[in-house]
Design a protein around this ligand. Structure first.
Ligand SMILES: Cc1cc2nc3c(=O)[nH]c(=O)nc-3n(C[C@H](O)[C@H](O)[C@H](O)COP(=O)(O)O)c2cc1C
Length: 363
C-alpha cells in the first residue's frame, strides 16, 4: 500500500468522496443512434467504475442540434431519463457518485448527424478548416455553421437548464456544464469563434455572458451545490484560438466564484498555466485534468495534489482500461493497456470487458 494524496478522502461539506480520483467525462459512442438512449451495457460500465471518488459521465446532448456524432446519448426525452435512471441506480447500488455532463457541440457536428440535415448552430459562421468530423457516413469536411439568433442562444441556455432538471429526475448527484474543448460554450468564450455584435459578443463581458448565463440557469434549476463547470483555458483543440486566455478565464472565474458551485474542473493544456493562475481565485473545490497525447499518469496527478494546485484529479483513458483504478493505485498493481480501436462504438468488447484485479485467494 502506498500513501498517495489521490487515495485520501475528501469532504467539503457538500461533496463527500472516499478518494480524490475522478473519472473524467468520456464519450464512448455506444448509445442507440436514433433514440440516443444509453446502451444496455452502460449501467454495467459505470457501475464497474463506482470506486472512483466521483464519476462524470460522457457528454450528453442538451438539444438535438447539440449532438456531435453517432451514438452520442441525450438527456432530453423521457426515454433518456429512464435509461439514465438505470445507470445512476446501478452506480449508487455499487456505492458510487455520478454527475451528468451537459453538452452542446455548437459547430463541432455535421448536417448528417443532425435532425432533418440541419446546419450546425454556432455563435458565428466560422467553419472548422483543417480537420474533418466523424459521422455515420465516415469522416467528412465541416460545413459553415449558422449563427444562432439571440433568441436561439437564449433557448439553448434554457435547454441546458432543462437538461439539468432531467439529470436530477434521472437520479444524478449533480451536473457538469461542458465549457471545454472547443464546444459551444467555449465557442462563445473564444475571440476567433465569437464575432457577434449582440449581447453575447463584442466585449469580454459579452463573450462571457453565454457561459455565465448557462451556469446561472442550471444553478437556478438544481442548486449550486449540484453544479460543476469544466473549462479548458487556452486549449487549441477544435480550432479554438484564445488571444487572452488569462484575462478571459480570470474574469470568468471571478464572476462565477460567488455562486458557490460544487466544483470547477480545469483541463490544463495550452501555454497558459491555468491551475496555478486560477487556483487562488477559486474558493471552492477544484478538479484538475491534463490532456496530452498519452494517458495522464498517476504520478502527474499526485504532483498536482501535493503542490496544492487542486483538490481532486480526474483521469480519463486510465479509467477506460482499468475499471478499478483506485484499487489498483492502492495496491500498486499494474494497469491494463487500453485497446484504442475499441474506444468508440460497438458492444461489450473494449467497454465492459476490461478485467478488475483478481483477488488473491486466501489460504
Ligand atoms: C475517448 C475519449 C472521449 C472523451 N470525451 C469527452 C467528453 O465527452 N467530454 C469531455 O469534457 N471530455 C472528453 N474527453 C477528454 C477527457 O475527459 C480527458 O480530458 C482526457 O482524456 C485527458 O485525460 P487522460 O489523460 O487521463 O485521458 C474525452 C477523452 C477521451 C479519451
Amino acid at each position: 500500500m502506498t500513501a498517495s494524496p489521490l487515495l485520501r478522502s475528501y469532504d467539503d461539506g457538500r461533496l463527500s468522496l472516499p478518494n480524490r480520483i475522478v473519472m473524467a467525462p468520456m464519450t464512448r459512442g455506444r448509445a442507440d443512434d436514433v433514440s440516443a438512449v444509453p446502451h444496455p451495457l452502460t449501467r454495467e460500465y459505470y457501475a464497474q467504475r463506482a470506486g472512483a471518488g466521483l464519476i462524470v459521465t460522457e457528454g450528453l446532448w442538451a438539444d438535438p442540434l447539440g449532438k456531435g456524432g453517432p451514438g452520442i446519448p441525450g438527456l432530453v426525452t423521457d426515454a433518456h431519463v429512464a435509461g439514465w435512471r438505470e445507470v445512476t441506480d446501478a452506480v449508487h447500488a455499487a456505492g458510487g457518485r455520478i454527475f451528468a455532463q451537459l453538452w452542446h457541440v455548437g459547430r463541432m457536428t455535421h448536417p448528417v448527424t443532425l435532425p432533418d440535415g440541419e446546419l450546425p448552430l454556432a455563435p458565428s459562421p466560422v467553419r472548422i478548416e483543417h480537420q474533418q468530423i466523424f459521422t455515420k457516413d465516415g469522416w467528412l469536411d465541416h460545413v459553415t455553421p449558422r449563427a444562432m439568433t439571440t433568441a436561439e442562444a437564449e433557448a439553448t441556455i434554457a435547454a441546458f437548464a432543462a437538461e439539468a432538471r432531467n439529470a436530477v429526475r434521472a437520479g444524478f448527484d449533480g451536473v457538469e456544464v461542458h465549457g471545454a474543448n472547443g464546444y459551444l460554450v467555449q465557442q462563445f468564450l473564444a475571440e476567433n469563434t465569437n464575432r457577434r455584435t449582440d449581447r453575447f459578443g463584442g466585449s469580454l463581458t459579452r463573450r462571457l455572458r453565454f457561459a455565465v448565463e448557462v451556469v446561472e440557469a442550471v444553478v437556478a434549476e438544481v442548486g449550486a451545490e449540484r453544479v460543476g463547470l469544466r473549462i479548458s483555458p487556452d486549449n487549441p483543440e477544435n480550432e479554438i484560438a484564445e488571444e487572452d486566455a488569462q484575462g478571459t478565464y480570470r474574469t470568468l472565474v471571478d464572476t462565477l466564484a460567488p455562486l458557490g458551485l460544487a466544483y470547477l474542473h480545469i483541463i490544463e493544456r495550452g501555454a497558459y498555466p491555468a491551475l496555478a493562475d486560477l487556483r487562488p481565485r477559486w474558493p471552492g473545490t477544484l478538479i484538475a485534468n491534463f490532456n496530452g497525447p498519452q494517458p495522464t499518469t498517476r504520478e502527474a496527478g499526485e504532483k498536482v495534489l501535493n503542490a496544492g494546485l487542486a483538490d481532486l484529479f480526474s483521469y480519463g483513458r486510465l479509467f477506460i482500461a482499468n475499471p478499478d483504478l483506485p484499487t489498483r493505485f492502492a495496491a500498486d498493481a499494474p494497469l491494463n493497456p487500453i485497446r484504442e480501436n475499441l474506444i468508440y462504438g460497438g458492444d461489450a468488447e473494449g467497454y465492459t470487458d476490461y478485467p478488475a484485479l483478481t483477488p488473491t485467494p486466501v489460504g
